[in-house]
Design a protein around this ligand. Sequence first.
Ligand code: PEP
Ligand code: MN
Length: 356
Amino acid sequence: MEKLRFPFFSDAADRRPAVIAGPCSAETEEQTLDTARQLVAAGFRIFRAGLWKPRTKPGGFEGVGAAGIAWLQRVKRETGMYVATEVATREHVAAALEGGIDLLWIGARTSANPFAVQEIADALQVFGADIPVLVKNPVSPDLELWIGAIERLRNAGLSRLGAIHRGFTSAEKSVYRNLPMWSVPIELHRRMPQLPLFCDPSHIGGRRDAVAPLAQQAMDLGFDGLIVEAHAYPDAAWSDKEQQVTPLELAEICRRLVVREGAETTESLDSLRGEIDKLDDCLLDLLARRMHVARDIGRYKKEHAMPVLQAARYEALLARRVAQAEELGMDGGFMRRVLQAVHEESVRQQMEKLDE
Ligand code: PEP
Ligand code: MN
């Protein structure tokens, strides 16, 4: 699959990210045009605006619908920008393609639904248009579902595909609106290295001040582009106002982004990687030894008719190790997850001994 080609934010080197910018929703013709004019003046070339807004609850602003197509056409005519919008049904696809929209994206609630994605893929196939389509991650961190959505579009003959990482819904309390869980898009990249990867720091962060650091993290991880919500008057936005920045603020955020050289590795990086490899060898060896001991414990417990799971001991052990990890400068939540995974596997191994 060829990588998507877009005009870049600046005329500088190719390694600047492609930036898609615009309001969460097209609200009025004036707001849409004002925002686009400010964006193009600040150097942006690809305009986004939601016309059909998937809202979690009824009663919110659900978008202006197909009426907004004419506003996007005006943006195109008057600013020369490419225009992008979200589609969720075959009717949206038809309206967007007939209206000359340049780029489509599939929202997080839609990409979680294979029926909806298939309907969109079928509608695109009927038109035979090889329009660029970016697929947001589904709301839950289900990589297979995300890949499945991309495959449905690819099977419908679309070749200019990309993915947007917009974070994941979680019951866990977080400073972000949606948990970034960077390991998921990183794994997507490993599985589909040709697929251009965009980051949506607006929907991950949910706050204006989170946009810049999240965009920088995406650059550090080698993302190809960004899709960011920008509004001419963010405080008056009809949807997602807490996370929208002005076009000028976005230009400043992009100007400050540090985009590092991609493929090159330096000698010191190679030596650090070598060190990581050696440490991973040690980790694996230690884990194998730990499992060996777990199996011995399983055998012992079996001989003495003892239960495998001793909850009180486990809880105490977990709390102690999490505290120890924090003292060592590691994240407690991370250590809890690691220990839980190790513990789960130890219990499984002990159970195997019991079954023998
Ligand atoms: C959007 O981009 O405006 C949007 C609705 O995003 P998401 O699907 O990521 O919630
Ligand atoms: Mn939004």
